[in-house]
Design a binder for this molecule. Sequence first.
Ligand SMILES: Cc1cc2nc3c(=O)[nH]c(=O)nc-3n(C[C@H](O)[C@H](O)[C@H](O)COP(=O)(O)O)c2cc1C
Length: 205
Amino acid sequence: MTEDPSERATLDEQLEAAWRGLAAAVTDARHEWHLPIVASVGPDGRPEARTVVLRSVVPEDRTVSFHTDRRSPKVGEIEASGRLAWVFYERSSKVQVRIHGATSVHCEDDVADAGWARTTLSSRRCYLAPHPPSTVLDDWHCNLPDGLHSSQPGVAESEAGRRNFAVVRTRVDQLERLELHHDGHLRGRWKWDADGGSTADWLAP
Ligand SMILES: Cc1cc2nc3c(=O)[nH]c(=O)nc-3n(C[C@H](O)[C@H](O)[C@H](O)COP(=O)(O)O)c2cc1C
C-alpha cells in the first residue's frame, strides 16, 4: 500500500465503496456479499452464526435485511437481544465488511408486506414448510409441502406462507471495512450514535 495519502482511498471513499458494494450484492446473486454470515447471541450468551441471503440495503437509512421463517428459534433470540452482527467477504477484491446494529423482526407490518411482495414463488415454498425450522424429525423430511418438492406453488397457494414470513432488519450503528494488500492492509471503522453523531477512524489492521 502506497505511503502517499493522495494515492490511497480516503475513509469517505471507502465507506461509499462499502455501501455501493452492499447495495449491488442484493440483486447480484454471484456477488459474494449476497450471502453474508449473520451472528446473534442467545439468552444464555451462546453465539450462533449462519449464512443468509442479503435481501435489501438502504444506504440512506443505513439498513440491511434478510428474510426468515418467523417460527425459527433465532427470531426469538434476535428479538430478545435486539442486535445482530453481519460479516461479508469478497475474495476478488479481498474486502471484508463487518456490521453491527440494532435489529428488528418484522412480521405484520409494512416492512414485512414489502418484503413478501418481492419474494419469488419458488422462495415462498420455504414459508409453506410443514415443520417449524429446527424441529427434531423422526426421520428425514425435506420440509416442503406435499406436491411441491420440485415445483413452485401458484400465487394463491403461496399466500399461506405469508403468516410464517419475517423480515429481519438491522440499522447499522457500526461498519468496519478491511481491504487486504500484500504491502499493507486498509482498515476503517465508522460509528453512528442515536443523536446523529458519527465518527470515522483508521484502525490498526
Ligand atoms: C446459501 C444459504 C442461504 C441461506 N439463506 C437463508 C436466509 O436468507 N434466511 C434464513 O433464515 N436462513 C437461510 N439459510 C439457512 C441458515 O443458514 C440456517 O441454516 C437456518 O436459518 C437455521 O438457522 P438457525 O438454527 O440459526 O435458526 C441459508 C443457508 C444457506 C447455505
